[in-house]
Design a protein around this ligand. Structure first.
Ligand SMILES: Cc1cc2nc3c(=O)[nH]c(=O)nc-3n(C[C@H](O)[C@H](O)[C@H](O)COP(=O)(O)OP(=O)(O)OC[C@H]3O[C@@H](n4cnc5c(N)ncnc54)[C@H](O)[C@@H]3O)c2cc1C
Length: 416
């Protein structure tokens, strides 16, 4: 292989696979090497806590591309291959077996890893984290035999897993340190809706709880000991306390790292021939005027397309508004926008909260920062337009389902 013409991608997840695809779509005909430490070809993770965990989606449906796609597009996919170092000066990466691969351009799509719970017993059997396909398999299996599970952490993963456990007929206790689920992401007004949703489905939600220990018997978890001395018995414990970006390689190579690998709006790192995208990248966002790191599916689909084009020398900028979705029980929602905790001064609801069919908008000084549509569909585009317009809207009109969202946008433009 003509090493110095190769585009090497480290991390064969969704972002890595999308980058390889874009490079070929854009006409790059040089070598592409896609290196992944997992033994699975690139797959999508959202089904692992939803359809796949529920047993509704087939395993085959989670993969980004069919197996033959890589050979057909001359993408040298190497699975079970861990990159242990980057040498930016030599333009080489080192693999776990000591061999080296040279690159002309390098893309880091190393994603993120679940944060570990720093308490005794966290490594017992039947304590589960959820990131990989095999994790989802193990959790699904535990639902078959468990009568009660404890979920630690009421974030997206914890809540989706709780919903799947309830669907499997398992008793669920969710333990959360904060006062409400998803409090930092959604704020009090909307977090309460998720708390009610789970309570209505029979989940025992407990807030302000600190886990002191996961207790076990014969190497298997049998419950949780709380800081106040109380105990909860469980056949399995699922931990969802957040993720940390896999920045170790970038750090060791001297690249700038600050809540993710720091990249410009064209997704280039502090080294001119190295790029980063997906969960691991903290990218400068022109709309928000700062670096943000987005741990969501849509970002892992779209950002690598821009990174690939930038690697090919195109003049590109990643300026998409963050977007994510969740499905829990009969609630489906999409969230468009970006709000830091406490950065909003008003939440406006449009629609019916009692039947969980509404849009919630987070506003600051009358401007829409984000919108979340719950069981209301085909509104992502106008919500995104409201966010990007940066114009103040009338809160009363925003709440009025009789006023079309597109109409509000025209008014905020001064054209309505
Ligand atoms: C269970 C679950 C459910 C989710 N549900 C949703 C959802 O409903 N909505 C939503 O918007 N988002 C959801 N997400 C988030 C979404 O899946 C992630 O944002 C997305 O997977 C990020 O893709 P990525 O390619 O950047 O990183 P990853 O998917 O983490 O892939 C990175 C890959 O790089 C590999 N790697 C790391 N270091 C090395 C190395 N040194 N050498 C070789 N390979 C390496 C890793 O093993 C991994 O395979 C969910 C995530 C999980 C885990």
């Amino acid at each position: 292989m003509a090493a110095n013409t190769a585009f090497v991608i480290v991390g064969a997840g969704l972002a890595g696979a999308r980058a390889a695809q874009t490079l070929r779509e854009e006409g790059f005909d040089g070598p592409i090497v896609l290196l992944g430490e997992e033994n699975e070809r690139p797959y999508e993770r959202p089904p692992l806590s939803k359809g796949y965990l529920l047993g509704k989606d087939e395993r085959d449906s989670v993969y980004v591309h069919p197996p033959q796609w890589y050979a057909e597009h001359d993408v040298d996919l190497r699975l079970g291959t861990t990159v242990t170092a980057i040498d930016p000066a030599a333009h080489e990466v080192t693999l776990a077996d000591g061999s080296r691969i040279g690159y002309a351009k390098l893309l880091l799509t190393t994603g993120s890893s679940p944060r570990r719970l720093p308490v005794p017993g966290a490594d017992l059997d039947s304590v589960h984290y959820l990131r990989r396909l095999a994790d989802s398999d193990r959790i699904k299996e535990s639902f078959e035999s468990a009568s009660r599970v404890v979920v630690i952490g009421a974030g997206w993963i914890g809540l989706e897993t709780a919903a799947a456990a309830r669907a499997a007929g398992v008793e669920v206790t969710v333990l959360e340190m904060a006062e409400l689920p998803l409090l930092r992401v959604l704020g009090r007004e909307v977090s309460q809706i998720f708390a009610d949703l789970h309570t209505d489905h029979g989940v025992d939600l407990r807030f302000g709880e600190q886990v002191a220990e996961i207790t076990g018997n014969g190497g298997r978890a049998n419950g949780v000991l709380l800081a106040d001395g109380s105990r909860i018995t469980a056949d399995a414990v699922i931990v969802g306390v957040g993720i940390t970006p896999n920045t170790q390689l970038a750090d060791a190579a001297g690249l700038e790292v600050d809540n993710g690998i720091r990249v410009d709006a064209d997704l280039r790192t502090s080294h001119p021939d190295i790029y980063a995208a997906g969960d691991v990248a903290g990218a400068f966002h022109p709309l928000f005027g700062k670096h943000i790191r987005v741990e969501h599916w849509a970002n892992a689909v779209n950002q690598p397309q821009v990174a690939a084009k930038a690697m090919l020398g195109q003049d590109v900028t990643y300026d998409r508004v963050p977007y994510f979705f969740t499905d829990q029980y009969d609630l489906g929602m999409e969230y468009t926008g970006y709000v830091e905790p406490d950065a909003y001064d008003q939440v406006v609801f449009r629609g019916r909260r009692d039947t969980r069919e509404f849009i919630a908008f987070w506003l600051a000084e009358g401007r829409v920062l984000a919108g979340m549509n719950v069981n209301v569909w085909d509104v992502t585009d106008p919500i995104r337009d409201l966010v990007t317009s940066g114009r103040a809207v009338d809160a009363k009109e925003l709440a009025d389902t009789g006023v079309p969202l597109t109409h509000l946008l025209r008014r905020s433009d001064g054209t309505g």
